[in-house]
Design a protein around this ligand. Structure first.
Ligand code: IDP
Ligand code: MG
Length: 151
């Protein structure tokens, strides 16, 4: 099984609403391994790089204003199938379509306030992790519970 990395952001709405612990707990409890974590505020340049696929879309100015509006939490989780596991835990992009039990399905109601970002592919996970973290900020550590999470 291929080990993947995914970049997770608890967006400014999640930080403002005190949901950082609740959001990260779900991924941690699922069995994903945390290898990087920080609180930061995105600037316009980082927003444009992170959301490169969306910069020309009509909703980008609103998305940029929101994502740069205050602190967010950036985390990198690692594990087999980390990208898909995280996307499933997040739920659909619009909280209205997100299943109950998913993060967006439990904590959000509005498309532009959907609490969490997670990378959409292993390649995006690598690219986005490198935007937010220097190589030495992503820790290579041995988790002692590994054999109770993977057969
Ligand atoms: P994702 O976050 O589920 O990967 P994307 O399509 O990559 O969804 O969109 C990135 C983010 O841009 C969404 O999470 C949402 O916050 C915002 N967004 C996407 N589409 C719209 C829209 O039509 N109006 C406003 N915001 C949008
Ligand atoms: Mg996306």
């Amino acid at each position: 099984m291929a080990t993947e990395r995914t970049l997770v952001l608890v967006k400014p709405d999640g930080v403002q609403r005190g949901l950082v612990g609740a959001v990260l707990a779900r991924l941690e409890q699922r069995g994903l391994k945390l290898i990087g974590l920080k609180l930061l505020r995105m600037d316009d340049a980082l927003a444009r790089r992170h959301y490169a696929e969306h910069v020309d879309k009509p909703f980008f100015p609103g998305l940029r204003d929101f994502i740069t509006s205050g602190p967010l939490v950036a985390a990198v989780f690692e594990g087999a199938n980390a990208v898909q596991l995280t996307r499933n835990a997040m739920g659909a992009t619009h909280p209205l379509d997100a299943a109950p039990g998913s993060i967006r399905g439990d904590f959000g109601v509005d498309l532009g306030r959907n609490v969490i970002h997670g990378s959409d592919s292993p390649a995006s996970g690598e690219r986005e992790s490198a935007l937010f973290f220097a190589p030495e900020e992503l820790l290579d550590w041995t988790r002692d519970t590994e054999r109770w999470i993977y057969e």
